[in-house]
Ligand binder design. Structure first.
Ligand code: PMP
Length: 464
């Protein structure tokens, strides 16, 4: 299907926008979220920063008793990886690194991220309709967002396949699913429209949210095209659905076509109502996964609901992690950070190319795939040997061709090659011939050997 992009999406002019009112979100909060009380201590913590305030509020330990004297970092320059810059964290910065902090995250860091988001996504930096809040990784923030928006039994629209890390969240919250299959352009908008137009509310509650991974989807590797994004956003508007835009691979786009805008950008570009998009971003793929630092961006009321959850669970993102991230980003500035992300994306493009060459050499007649344009995954459809086929009677469509979980467990693992079974990425009980392959870590030689082993075991099993 070809879609003509509306003039609003292609022109530089911005159209008038109207933020959805705060009541729009409060009416949609889950019962548990609506009933969640602010934390008496952590909600008052920002008041400590008032000039002249003598605080006896929090049970903060005295950092004079802590054993750490300083933290010295050696950081690669974003433009010249051979150049190492030294950053020292000491004095009051060290105290902050070792102390409790506000739930939202260090104010300076939140402001830095917000400025970056305004610049990168073309949003008004002075608008009060959206804000940013840090959390311990986007995985945790996703859990809390789902928890804030869905009651047990509510329906969530997910892509088929979807992120295997999010299905346990939805299962734990007793969600029901509405699956929209994905092609090489992203979730199939016409399927979504048909599904919603024919929804039978007596069978399942009408969905409130659409969970999507628009860049380099984990696991399918698909980047949702510009045209498809417009269609999906328009459907979300028409059917009153909130978009949960899970975008940890936003900065890992290396496709040839111009990078499509995020939904957060697009809702502003198209004009009309804004506030239908809640974004999830992460430093995991560009600074350090072990930092456990991510952020949400979106309507203030929804962000506040998630913060209320944070203040009674993790309390705050790690101070140490923030204290390390902040001086780095201040030193780099937004331009340096973006230069670093460009270099990171080109690293992954090079890994993608190397992996694709291995696939072409060894698996051309044993698997099918689409070449990803972002992130670190190939979504292979294996031509499985007869011994692990035909175990899937009654499951839908093209996936009826085997059980990659059995193949990996019984065959591939014993040859020393490990892959993620595709079934983990579907919310129904289907088995599938798909596997998710991450090409991020292996060296050229290891890739070659891994794919060679996979081909060998597929071929042997097929002929045995
Ligand atoms: N969403 C997706 C699609 C992911 O692939 C991941 C990481 N594997 C996450 C969320 C979680 O990222 P974080 O490390 O920020 O928790």
């Amino acid at each position: 299907m070809t879609v003509t992009l509306p003039a609003a999406a292609t022109s530089k002019e911005t159209k008038p926008c109207t933020p959805l009112p705060s009541s729009y979100y409060t009416e949609r909060l889950s019962d548990v979220s609506a009933g969640r009380k602010p934390s008496p201590i952590w909600d008052l913590l920002p008041v400590e920063d008032t000039p002249g305030m003598l605080s006896m509020l929090a049970g903060k330990p005295n950092p004079a008793t802590f054993p750490f004297k300083y933290i010295h970092l050696g950081v690669r320059s974003p433009t010249d990886k051979t150049k190492i810059e030294e950053i020292a964290i000491e004095g009051k910065d060290l105290d902050a690194a070792l102390q409790y902090g506000v739930t939202t995250g260090f104010t300076e860091l939140v402001d830095w991220v917000r400025d970056m988001m305004a610049q990168v996504h073309g949003r008004d930096p002075d608008s009060e309709a959206w804000r940013v809040s840090l959390g311990p990784g986007s995985q945790d923030l996703l859990y809390k967002a789902m928890n804030a928006l869905v009651n047990p039994g509510d329906t969530v629209i997910v892509e088929g396949p979807t992120y295997p890390g999010v299905t346990p969240i939805m299962a734990a919250l007793s969600c029901q699913y509405a699956v929209v299959d994905v092609d090489d352009q992203g979730a199939i908008a016409t399927d979504m429209e048909k599904m919603l137009a024919n929804w039978d509310r007596s069978v399942k509650p009408f969905p409130k949210v659409f969970y999507t991974i628009p860049f380099g989807c984990n696991p399918s590797g698909v980047t949702t095209s510009y045209a498809r994004r417009i269609q999906l956003l328009e459907i979300a508007r028409k059917y009153d659905i909130i978009i949960l835009e899970d975008d940890p691979y936003y900065f890992l786009y290396y496709g040839k076509a111009p990078k499509p805008p995020s939904y957060f950008t697009l809702e502003k570009q198209l004009g009309g109502e804004v506030g239908r998009v809640l974004r999830f971003d992460s430093f995991s793929k560009v600074l350090a996964a072990g930092f456990r630092l991510g952020w949400i961006t979106g309507p203030s009321t929804l962000v506040a609901a998630i913060e209320r959850h944070n203040s009674c669970s993790v309390v705050q993102p790690s101070s140490l992690t923030q204290a390390v991230t902040l001086p780095l980003l201040k030193q780099w500035k937004i331009s340096g950070f973006l230069a670093h992300t460009v270099a990171t994306a080109s690293f992954y493009r090079q890994r993608r190319d190397a992996f694709e060459a291995c696939l072409n050499r060894h698996l051309a007649d044993l698997a099918e795939w689409t070449v990803p344009e972002a992130s670190m995954f190939f979504w292979l459809k294996l031509r499985l040997p007869p011994t692990v086929r035909c175990q899937n009677l009654g499951s839908p469509g093209e996936e009826d061709e085997g059980d990659s979980a059995a193949f990996i467990r019984d065959k591939a693992m014993h040859r020393g090659v490990l892959l993620l079974p595709g079934a983990n990425a579907y919310v129904d009980d289907r088995s599938t011939a798909r596997v998710r392959v991450s090409f991020s870590l292996l060296s050229d030689e290891q890739m070659e050997e891994a794919v060679r082993r996979l081909a060998e075991v597929l071929r042997e099993e097929s002929t045995s």
